[in-house]
Design a protein around this ligand. Structure first.
Ligand code: 3PG
Length: 323
């Protein structure tokens, strides 16, 4: 019977690999589509606070409808769950709006090159704020990450300080989001899809008043009219696409976390950025100098080196968890 069992095992291993492969390809594809439509919308309608709010609103609505129609089962949550989710939602909101502000000011590829430095932020926060220490290999991998990002930033043709700082703030906020959500998800029975749904809803509540204060309905109305007159009625579909795809890619990424190790996830997230950087450069005809591309390549290589050490699973968990 032994060979039969191992054959079964092999088959289930294979099935798992195929499933993970499907998750990854879906996650990257959804993310590429989000990034393209998000930038198309921002080019015509430069109000990132509203577009970030709409992404969360559409995602929340989709999940409320799914729960009401029982397409998905609503989670059973208590006060403690929402209390633990609150800091995660604050960090998610800041990271999301900062990334969107960044993309409204610079090329999508540039935002993602800077965002590929997220593991470096994770190490620095863990070291200096949480007092954790890491093996030398981890610190060494920061050299290409930070050096590559710096080179890419210094040689970026359309450098903009707000765009740069937005991506940096997003990195920092997402590190905190991952640290908080690691604590918040521990021992809870809410699965990846519903956890992300609750996170969207709470973030929406947090972001809405700020979006109104920073931009506001008057500016939005004038901008909307202008965008419709330039693009035509299709503009509404672009906004719908960026919102729906934002929710879907995040949902798939949270679902995939149930299936894979944080290490695999981290590598997947970096691969995702490569597909976004390459596809957005092609679609938006972004000018790239060879030295600029070299900086991006070094940064991404550094992230891979970083993810190669088993010894720092903790940071990988922090750096990639709940995405
Ligand atoms: C956002 O709008 O939240 C950012 O585009 C997120 O980027 P990431 O999921 O690739 O880190």
């Amino acid at each position: 019977n032994v060979p039969v069992v191992s054959e079964e095992q092999a088959r289930s291993e294979m099935a798992k690999k195929v499933k993970i492969g499907i998750y990854f390809v879906t996650w990257w594809a959804l993310n590429v589509v989000f990034n393209i439509y998000n930038k198309k919308v921002l080019n015509a309608f430069p109000y990132p606070w509203l577009t970030s709010t709409l992404s969360l609103a559409v995602g929340s609505l989709m999940m409320l409808i799914s729960w009401a129609t029982r397409i998905a089962e609503a989670p059973k949550t208590d006060f403690d769950f929402w209390k633990a989710l609150a800091p995660v939602a604050v960090a998610h909101t800041i990271g999301h709006v900062a990334a969107t502000v960044s993309m409204s000011k610079v090329a999508v590829s540039f935002t993602h090159i800077i965002k590929s430095g997220e593991p470096a932020f994770s190490v620095l926060v863990s070291r200096f704020l949480l007092g954790e220490s890491f093996p030398a290999s981890v610190y060494l991998s920061l050299i290409p990450i930070i050096g590559g990002c710096s080179l890419a930033a210094a040689t970026e043709l359309n450098f903009n300080m707000t765009g740069f700082m937005g991506a940096m703030i997003s990195n920092l906020a997402f590190v905190f989001r991952n640290i908080f959500s690691k604590k918040g998800m521990k021992g809870k029975s809410v699965g990846g899809m519903n956890y992300y749904a609750c996170l969207s809803m709470l973030s929406l509540l947090i972001l809405t008043p700020f979006a109104i204060a920073v931009e506001g309905p008057q500016v939005w109305a004038a901008g909307w009219e202008k965008a419709i007159s330039q693009i035509g009625p299709n503009f509404v579909w672009w906004v719908a696409a960026q919102s729906i795809f934002y929710h879907l890619y995040n949902q798939v990424s949270y679902m995939s976390l149930n299936e894979i190790s944080p290490l695999t996830f981290s590598v997947g997230n970096t691969m995702k950025r490569i597909s976004v950087i390459v596809s957005s450069i092609i679609i938006f005809h972004t000018p790239v100098q060879p030295i600029n591309a070299l900086g991006a390549a070094i940064a991404i290589l550094g992230t891979f080196l970083y993810s190669q050490s088993d010894e720092h699973d903790i940071i990988l968990w922090q750096s990639s968890n709940t995405r």
